[in-house]
Design a protein around this ligand. Structure first.
Ligand SMILES: C[S@@+](CC[C@H](N)C(=O)[O-])C[C@H]1O[C@@H](n2cnc3c(N)ncnc32)[C@H](O)[C@@H]1O
Length: 282
């Protein structure tokens, strides 16, 4: 494994405890994206589904309920801490038609043509080798089966993600990030993931913009820890700031995000891109 991909996975290993801590909130926040994936893939009872990079358990667990007892889900993630959280969550919810495996997306340990549908929510833009990962997802999909991917649309469309980073950039020198490097907005331009997926061999590739709300019953004061803890980049930046810098940035963020909080908690407008493609039948 290259040093770069090992470093990326190490960052995720360090994030796993926070994704475990916030798993219920994450589930609520991205439930509309899970619904869009289930709809796009036309997931139905009895199917055999692979979910790649399932993090603390979604969309795997929701899909396991959708396919019912005659169907099955295989959850995968490259980080053992994530796998453990997802497995515990399945136990807590008494979901039994799911199995768990620690593996990388660019080396899926399954035979060719194994799954009716392969899903990946907010994963592919973070991988060290997206083309190889897309080829792997297609390889293990049955001919005529579909792969459905969710990635973030642009930063401007996603104040949940950019409120903290913009406030930090105003106070701490932040070199512009490489748009092609692993990161939330790597495939934010419509068409970019579509092109890569076609090159990987997918047929009938489609994309649609999903406008949704990131909602969860949390207080404005919960936003900063939630946002910073879930991101290794932000945790790292916070550690390198002075207490005075942090106080200013936190207060600016609180002011900016107050518009997205009401009586029932947070409600941020958000935008994702849902890309789907079919495995060739030839
Ligand atoms: C943003 S989280 C998304 C988790 C989950 N799908 C969700 O939507 O809540 C990204 C996940 O990708 C996993 N990951 C990162 N690089 C990976 C790779 N090369 N192969 C498999 N999983 C990877 C991380 O461990 C993390 O759980």
């Amino acid at each position: 494994m290259s040093t770069e991909s090992e470093e990326l996975l190490n960052a995720w290993r360090q994030s796993a405890e926070y994704w475990s801590k916030h798993r219920a909130t994450v589930r609520r926040m991205f439930a509309p994206v899970t619904s869009a994936i289930v709809e796009e893939a036309r997931i139905r009872r009895g199917q055999n589904i692979l979910d790649v990079a399932g993090g603390p358990g979604e969309p795997s667990l929701t899909i396991a309920e959708a396919v019912g007892p005659d169907g099955a889900v295989t959850y995968t993630d490259a980080v053992s801490g994530m796998v453990e959280t997802a497995r515990n969550e399945a136990g807590r919810q008494n979901i039994t038609n799911i199995s768990f495996l620690e593996c990388r997306a660019d080396g899926l340990p399954f035979s060719d043509d194994s799954f009716d549908v392969v899903t990946c929510r907010f994963g592919v833009m973070l991988f060290s080798d997206p083309p190889a990962s897309l080829r792997e997802m297609l390889r293990v999909t049955k001919p005529g089966g579909v792969v459905v991917l969710a990635v973030w649309h642009t930063s401007e469309m996603n104040p949940f993600l950019n409120a903290v980073t913009r406030a930090m950039a105003r106070h701490v020198e932040s070199p512009p990030s490489d748009p092609c490097a692993p990161g939330a907005f790597r495939f934010a331009e419509p068409g970019s993931l579509v092109a890569l997926f076609r090159e990987a061999g997918a047929e009938n590739v489609q994309e649609r913009i999903l406008s949704f709300k990131i909602e969860a019953p949390i207080a404005p004061s919960d936003f900063w820890p939630l946002r910073v803890e879930l991101s290794d980049t932000l945790r790292d930046k916070v550690q390198r700031m002075t207490p005075a810098q942090l106080a200013v940035i936190e207060s600016e963020v609180q002011e900016e995000i107050s518009q997205f909080f009401g009586e029932s908690g947070m409600s941020f407008p958000a935008s994702a891109i849902i890309v789907s493609g079919m495995k060739s039948t030839i």
